[in-house]
Design a protein. Sequence first.
Length: 101
Amino acid sequence: MESGEIVSVLGALAQETRLEVFRQLVQAGPGGLSAGEIAKRLEIPAPTLSFHLRSLLHARLVSSERDGRSLIYAADFSVMGELMGFLTRNCCTGTSDAPLE
């Protein structure tokens, strides 16, 4: 993942509602949640949720799939793993007591 993509991902998560939406999707696992279920759980209006989901989709943190009349959103665990790898790749390389060896 390039640094520009990392900035996009971190930017998408740097907002309280989007972070909570993403956390809900991570907790739901690969099956994801419908937009209606996310809105209900977080008690936010559908247009507001749609705005935040678009940002997460643009950053590739979530994917969507149509199931009848519903859109199902799921966290993209590969992108999440790339982000975590980027953030921890050089952890503690300047110290002798690196915790992530």
